[in-house]
Design a binder for this molecule. Structure first.
Ligand code: FES
Ligand SMILES: [Fe+2]
Length: 360
């Protein structure tokens, strides 16, 4: 049995046991212990814009693989519920569509737009029917800006994950952020999901790995803030480089912020640049494989090709390359653990402590 404890004192701590990145059973355990207890992105409000819209979503396909539906009811309330028919388990909604009620194709069971059982043919003789169990399982929904999140087994309030980020950038006009499929894409990475996240969580490697990014970011002023289930890395731009035009109400007013790199445990990154937002979701697919989904939401088109958020594809390939090498390294019989830089790796240490806490 691996021991995933991490010393809270970064100056004494050893890094996470390499078993976490190599043993399939830990990835399997992390499904319930980590992922189902935390919040996952389901989509955005544009996917269920008008009453009657229903959109199917697979939460972390090939891992949690939980089929859910987003819907907008007649009163414009948005819901998230299971996409599995309570009769014999058929998937009900196959494609985004506009409907009056939801009807299962298999034997015609009908549900309302908030997932409640409405009717079913040939069930008159069935005792104690319908019951609560015949409604589609309802899931909690957290809305932040235009983004929608759910938690499969609940337990921890959404505010514990999102509050600091929400407050920090509350001045941004999220309704003006437009999803851009042409700027969004997925990357297949041959590495454990946590290796990808822990690389994101330190700016230590920027001067070594990202020459282009390093030329616009002021490495000396790069800072990290740790919260209970999230953290923020604040990238400050070098003189003359593109930065946010912050309003006086922002807590960062007066600073030359090139990018806010928010991370929400366990696998979501919200990178705000003067042009908009790049959301990255790291999706485990096997113990040494993951898919990283980059979703771009543009706010100011004119700033797209400037500053820290200009060459995201290039930066991604540089990260991918190094993280894949690390995956090969952590397999070695001669590498069991490392140590942290107390000044540059607080974010990674914080992440490892959370993994240890949830897996423990
Ligand atoms: S499985 Fe849906 S009606 Fe039978
Ligand atoms: Fe990087």
């Amino acid at each position: 049995m691996a021991n995933f404890s991490i010393d809270p004192d970064i100056t004494k701590a050893r890094t996470l046991s390499t078993d976490f990145y190599n043993k399939p059973r830990h990835l399997e355990e992390a499904k319930e212990k980590i992922f189902s207890r935390c919040w996952q992105l389901v989509g955005d409000t544009d996917q269920v814009k008008d009453p009657g819209w229903v959109t199917p979503v697979h939460i972390l396909e090939n891992y949690l693989s939980e089929p859910v539906v987003l819907s907008c009811d007649k009163e414009r309330n948005i819901h998230c519920f299971s996409n599995v028919c309570t009769h014999r388990g058929n998937l009900i909604v196959e494609n985004p569509c506009k409907v009056n009620d939801i009807r299962c194709k298999y034997h015609g069971r009908r549900f309302s737009l908030d997932g409640r059982f409405l009717s079913m043919p040939e069930f008159k003789e069935v005792k104690d029917f319908p019951s609560e169990a015949d409604n589609l399982h309802h899931l909690p929904l957290h809305k932040w800006g235009k983004w929608l999140f759910t938690s499969l087994s609940g337990g921890i309030e959404a505010s514990a994950f999102f509050k600091e980020m929400t407050e920090r950038v509350s001045w941004m006009p999220f309704d003006q952020f437009v999803y851009r499929p042409d700027l969004s894409r997925e990357y297949k990475v041959e590495a454990n999901w946590a290796l990808y996240c822990e690389n994101f969580l330190e700016g230590f490697h920027i001067p070594f790995v990202h020459a282009g990014l390093n030329s616009v970011i002021d490495y000396g002023n790069y800072s990290v803030e740790l919260h209970r289930y999230s953290s923020l890395q604040l990238g400050v731009s070098k003189d003359g480089e593109n930065c946010f035009d912050l309003p006086p109400g922002s807590p960062d007013f007066g600073k030359k912020v090139a990018g806010y790199y928010f991370w929400v445990f366990p696998n979501m990154m919200f990178n705000f640049y003067p042009w908009g937002l790049s959301i990255n979701v790291v999706k485990p697919t096997a113990v040494t494989k993951c898919v990283v989904s980059f979703m771009a939401y543009v706010w100011d088109e004119n700033k797209l090709r400037q500053g820290a958020g200009a060459a995201l594809h290039q930066v991604e390939l540089e990260d991918e390359d190094i993280v894949q090498n690390v995956q090969k390294g952590v397999r070695s019989r001669f590498y069991n653990y490392g140590r942290y830089s107390a000044t540059r790796e607080q974010g990674t240490h914080h992440f490892h402590r959370l993994i240890a806490e949830f897996m423990g």
